[in-house]
Design a protein around this ligand. Sequence first.
Ligand code: 3PG
Length: 215
Amino acid sequence: MNTVNERITAIGVVPVIKLNNPERDAAPLAQALCAGGVPVAEVTFRAAGADTAIRLMREACPAMLVGAGTVLTREHVDKAAAAGADFIVTPGFDPELVAYCVEKGMPIYPGCTTPTDYHAALKFGLEVLKFFPAEQSGGLAKIKAMAAPFPMFKVMPTGGISLKNLKEYLSCPVICACGGSYMVTADLIDNQKWEEITALCRQSADIVKEARQNG
Ligand code: 3PG
């Protein structure tokens, strides 16, 4: 596994973030995540200025991993790379975009939920796939079923994950980390509830530890 995969696996949860006001919120948000023991972020291109947010989060917490999410085009990849992104996440499997990232040496986690997606991912030597949207696509039962023919992949399920089901997901050995927005909701960010975000991250980090100890 490459270093980014290993670091994401060690952290165990990946906050999926939409930042409407990066100049105001990126730095305190990065600090809140790190203070809660979750030094990683997937900053989505669902909001304009995602690249600014990535740059500001990196500057605020140089040791944290900052990736770009909802990456749909080469332009997004280029902007994310220029801002210093550590990894790219795409909602679906776009072979051209995957090839573009692989050529650049940029770690990419494409959204995959079907045997066809997994099969396509094999050709690119990927080790970790995003399983998205997780709950809506069949959840843990589907992840386990997919691991039978494709035992070479680890997955990062995202979509419908919360403090309620995090431990169950993380107890499955196929899963290296879970993505989610529950600790960085629009309400928490727009109202600058940094302490609450830190508390939710701490709770998540404790669940990661518990799941790993039991596993
Ligand atoms: C994503 O883009 O990965 C999801 O929107 C996050 O899903 P969640 O909001 O259900 O956690």
